[in-house]
Ligand binder design. Structure first.
Ligand SMILES: NC(=O)c1ccc[n+]([C@@H]2O[C@H](COP(=O)([O-])OP(=O)(O)OC[C@H]3O[C@@H](n4cnc5c(N)ncnc54)[C@H](OP(=O)(O)O)[C@@H]3O)[C@@H](O)[C@H]2O)c1
Length: 272
């Protein structure tokens, strides 16, 4: 499969720009790459020729994504099993050094990894589960952005994409630590954008993907008919625009939302 086949139904304005070596020599790290939206992103950015660091919790699942992406990816693929709920400075230092040795820098960091945690009232929310959700979904985002910041600054341009949620913008009963962790992620995104805007090299976004057919969606809505929910491939034109428009000086750069933008994928329309 080529990116042209993959992107058949995308808006013409993006489709015209696509090529299998468009992101050649660009290095992207995707957390949560072993499943759902992160796995689809790995495939899409692989088809665009990027080097991809796939980070996820479960080694076997990462290997399965690797096996799927490797035959279609022109760039290098690296799997990095890592439990973000137990992320320590030493893990980040090793990750930093291996990216620096292999690629010199990091062009894009996309935070997809998340867990849902229990859906119960705050009055009954188990504190251990609260800590695990906050660490996996929010604290690890801060720690990775901080620990890899100099690699993101090493090149001419870079981008950081934070995957958020509807309940990270307007909270709802029973969504507990998941919702609070996404409010935190929105905050991290806005602060990082504000702190880097003057320099103009780094673009920072938060995306609410909206309902997407994945394992997490099934866990959150077990009785929903999955067939009625769009799959992760429908999000790829937006993610591709953000990555390509941020990293390359091309016509898509003019269609980028401003840094710090909070994008709602399901209502987003490609600018005319
Ligand atoms: N799907 C939706 O409808 C929806 C809606 C709104 C927002 N989102 C957001 O979209 C993003 C992607 O969600 P998804 O639906 O694709 O979820 P998913 O299919 O459940 O995938 C979650 C990913 O996160 C990884 N992960 C979980 N805990 C981890 C840990 N401790 N350390 C490292 N990796 C860990 C998983 O790795 P393992 O598989 O190895 O555990 C997996 O790769 C999330 O940020 C989610 O909050 C999704």
């Amino acid at each position: 499969m080529s990116i042209i086949d993959y992107a058949q139904n995308w808006p013409m304005k993006i489709k015209e720009q696509l090529a299998s070596d468009l992101l050649k020599d660009k290095t992207v790290m995707i957390t949560g790459a072993s499943d759902g939206i992160g796995a689809e992103l790995s495939k899409c950015l692989g088809l665009l020729g990027a080097n991809i660091i796939l980070l996820g919790k479960t080694r076997q699942k990462l290997e399965a994504v690797f096996d799927q992406v490797a035959p279609i990816c022109q760039g290098e693929l690296i799997i990095t099993p890592c439990d973000l709920s137990r992320l320590e400075q030493e893990d980040i230092r090793k990750l930093h050094d291996s990216i620096e040795n292999e690629f010199k820098g990091l062009d894009a960091l996309i935070h997809c990894a998340s867990i849902l945690g229990p859906k119960v009232p705050l009055a009954h929310y188990p504190p251990d589960a609260w800590a695990e959700v906050m660490m996996t979904n929010a604290n690890s985002v801060f720690l990775l952005n901080q620990g890899l910041f100099d690699l993101l600054e090493a090149g001419e341009r870079s981008c950081v994409i934070h995957v958020s949620s509807t309940v990270g913008r307007k909270a709802r009963a029973y969504w507990g630590a998941y919702a609070v962790s996404k409010f935190a992620v929105e905050g991290i995104s806005q602060i990082l954008a504000d702190e880097t805007e003057d320099q103009g090299k780094m673009k920072v976004f938060s995306i609410n993907p909206g309902a997407t057919r994945t394992k997490m969606r099934k866990e959150a809505y077990p009785f929903e008919d999955s067939k009625t929910v769009p799959d992760a491939s429908t999000l790829m034109p937006l993610f591709s625009l953000l990555v390509i428009g941020s990293l390359l000086d091309c016509s898509l750069s003019r269609d980028l939302p401003g840094t710090g933008g909070q994008i709602d994928a399901r209502t987003w329309e490609f600018p005319n």
